[in-house]
Design a protein around this ligand. Structure first.
Ligand SMILES: C[S@@+](CC[C@H](N)C(=O)[O-])C[C@H]1O[C@@H](n2cnc3c(N)ncnc32)[C@H](O)[C@@H]1O
Length: 289
């Protein structure tokens, strides 16, 4: 621990923010790398005469902040951490930074199955950091889950996040293209979730540089119209879901109606478009027959 006076720290903080960047990213850095929670950071000015114990010195914190300002690297990649629901997840530039809107998928599951559900078998296709599957494996100790991804390195991060988040063994990780690793689970899944890459090609080219230059293209690009992966996932879902099994998909802001039509075409019922907190039809859900 490195001790620094609050006065000195606040002066230094002002200097850093004067260089650019936003309060929220700065607070993220001070929390993850400096070891001072955002709550404590906000209260510092009330006690300017006291001392502060930092995990890293001000020179180090300044060097990370300058890297962030220089080329817009997402602060989560620089700190190696992302917070999602109540999880603290390791992230590298191999995995998508899990987004706040995706947190609602877990609430959709709570709404469908309640909080105390009996034994059930679920799969997540394209798990990335593992966020969704880990949250479900923790919330439902009686459930068994499999989380897949196309990238072996991504799965290493996801399984590490799982080990770091709990001491359970109800989640397994498999590598491969969408349904391929799940051949032996045909007709056995009660619930499948996916937040697949769904950005249309034209939109992808225009993404802000902090996304396009740093986050993995394979996690974002959904082909020409953005629906390439969603189409494949829906078409093969009937082979893998149990009768009345649920499929929950995240989609781009304007895709929900098209996803709904794809579900109808593939004999899904109870189809519903679920809005995110901004009122956007971000999720499309349905049951296989
Ligand atoms: C939008 S990210 C979602 C990550 C994570 N589930 C989340 O919500 O933050 C999509 C994920 O799908 C994976 N992916 C891309 N193409 C895939 C494929 N053909 N088969 C399986 N996974 C794939 C990517 O590696 C990435 O981790």
């Amino acid at each position: 621990m490195l001790s620094v006076s609050v006065k000195e720290f606040l002066f230094w903080k002002k200097k850093q923010l004067f260089k650019g960047g936003d309060q929220q990213s700065f607070a993220f850095l001070i929390d993850c790398v400096g070891g001072i929670s955002t709550n404590d950071l906000n209260l510092l000015s009330l006690n300017p005469e006291t001392k502060l114990n930092l995990k890293k010195n001000l020179e180090f914190l300044e060097s990370v902040w300058e890297k962030y300002l220089l080329n817009s690297t997402p602060i989560q990649y620089l700190c190696g951490i992302s917070f999602w629901r109540d999880l603290e997840l390791k992230v590298t530039n191999k995995v998508l930074i899990p987004r706040p809107e995706t947190e609602l998928i877990v609430d959709i599951v709570f709404r469908i199955f309640g909080r105390k559900s009996q034994k059930l078998f679920f799969a997540e296709l394209g798990t990335g950091s593992g966020a969704i599957s880990i949250a479900l494996a923790i919330a439902y100790p009686l459930w068994d889950g499999v989380a897949t991804d196309i990238d072996k390195d991504v799965l290493k991060i996801a399984s590490k996040n799982y080990r770091n988040s709990c001491k359970r063994s109800n989640l397994k990780f498999y590598c491969g293209h969408w349904w391929n690793p799940l051949e032996s689970f045909k007709g056995k899944l009660d619930l499948v979730i996916s937040n697949p890459p769904y950005i249309p090609k034209d939109t992808y080219e225009k993404l802000p540089k902090e996304v396009k230059n740093f986050e993995p293209k394979i996690a974002l690009l959904g082909g020409e119209d953005g629906l390439e992966h969603i189409r494949e996932i829906i078409q093969k879902a009937p082979l893998f879901l149990k009768e009345k099994g649920w499929l929950i998909l995240e989609n781009h802001f304007d895709q929900a109606e098209k996803v709904k039509q794809l579900l109808l075409k593939n004999k899904f019922t109870s189809i519903e478009i679920v809005n995110d907190l901004s009122g956007i039809g971000r999720f499309t859900i349905g049951r296989y027959k």
